[in-house]
Design a protein around this ligand. Structure first.
Ligand SMILES: [Ca+2]
Ligand SMILES: [Ca+2]
Ligand SMILES: [Ca+2]
Ligand SMILES: [Ca+2]
Length: 359
């Protein structure tokens, strides 16, 4: 699998602040596997319900200083591509620690061995810890305007490299750089804002392994659509607390214990017919991500596998550990091929059933 993570934030709880104490602690992780509903932390990063590029919801680094999150599962790669819609209210200039995105390199997930920021007029630079290693980009950022930014980065003492693309067009490339501060791999992508005031908006983001199987190169400006359950699917072994199975898991906002399905029997499966992609223009679906918000009820609880059925078969994730709190259990699995190993078509995506199996 070459797409490691993708996120449009449209299926995550709105305005559930992420708790991070700032400074040297590990940053909260969004899917997998950490989202804390505490409202008392001094530093907040939130999913906001309106004003995103697509779908309304997006991820916002608010007005506090030192906000930050880590995205996706830890991947530990020498090369990575990340793409995202990005908007910044005003360009604050070089502030250290990077505000467009970070490439987090340590296991504690609080240290960006590499980061990207911008001067006050929108030229980007690539920084290795405190040393700028590439600074000669054209103007890329414009205050108050959504741009689709894509970065390829390779971490290496002598063969380091980066490529910058804006709205699908390459605007800067540099090779032969020393981009390695310490660790030999990038562990995760961080979104981080070191200054107070203003806000940063992110939407429709992907993280990719450019050395993996296709898709393995820049995707260009993408959108991530959310589709939700519309009916029970092929198999429904779980028990809903009210209504039909699909009605317990189809809400826009995850609703905790108000509606849910449950099971304690390994091998139980629940699947749902899903809505269709909303856009009517010819679409080329790149990948399908299955999201779930599970909770373990007791120490006897099981883990789950996320599954995706299309007309030709079923794909499943590995068993994923379920936490004791819904919001900490937010999980995702990306399927970037159909069940036959081919590229997705709009017809195939519109026919999928998403679901879970108790491991
Ligand atoms: Ca969105
Ligand atoms: Ca070095
Ligand atoms: Ca529910
Ligand atoms: Ca459908």
């Amino acid at each position: 699998m070459s797409i490691i993570h993708m996120e449009g934030w449209d299926g995550l709880p709105v305005e559930a602040p992420l708790t991070w104490g700032g400074g040297g602690g590990p940053r909260p992780r969004i899917a997998l596997n950490y989202m804390d509903a505490s409202t008392t932390a001094a530093n907040r990063s939130q999913v906001v319900g309106t004003g995103g590029k697509f779908g309304g919801r997006h991820f916002n680094l608010g007005t506090n200083a030192n906000e930050g999150v880590v995205l996706g599962p830890a991947f530990c790669l020498e090369e990575v591509i990340v793409g995202m819609w990005f908007k910044c209210g005003a360009l604050p200039g070089f502030t250290g620690a990077g505000y467009v995105c970070q490439f987090v390199t340590n296991a504690y997930e609080n240290f960006p061995g590499l980061f990207i920021d911008s001067d006050t007029t929108g030229h980007l630079r690539l920084v290795r810890y405190t040393t700028a290693v590439s600074t000669t980009t054209p103007v890329v950022l414009q205050a108050g305007v959504w741009s689709f930014l894509e970065f390829y980065v390779r971490i290496h003492d002598t063969l380091g490299a980066w490529t910058v693309r804006k709205n699908g067009i390459t605007v800067h490339e540099a090779t032969g750089l020393d981009t390695k501060q310490d660790a030999t791999t990038i562990r995760s992508v961080g979104l981080y804002k070191p200054w107070a005031g203003n806000s940063l908006k992110y939407d429709d983001l992907y993280i990719m392994d450019p050395a993996g199987a296709t898709p393995n190169t820049f995707l260009g400006p993408i959108r991530i659509d959310r589709i939700s359950p519309t009916a029970n699917g092929t198999t429904n072994n779980f028990t809903p607390n009210t209504g039909s199975n699909f009605q317990a898991v189809d809400e826009d906002e995850p609703d905790s214990d108000t509606t849910y399905i449950e099971s304690s029997t390994a091998g139980h499966i629940d699947e749902y017919t899903m809505g269709d992609i909303s856009v009517s223009d010819p679409e080329v679906p790149i990948a399908v991500g299955v999201n779930a918000v599970p909770q373990r009820y007791s120490h006897l609880g099981k883990d789950i596998k996320l599954r995706l059925r299309d007309a030709s078969g079923v794909q499943q994730s590995a068993a994923l550990e379920v936490n004791y709190a819904y919001k900490r259990g937010m999980m995702k699995q990306i399927f970037d091929k159909d069940s036959l190993g081919g590229a997705w078509s709009q017809t195939t995506v519109n026919g999928v059933e998403a679901g879970v199996e108790l491991a």
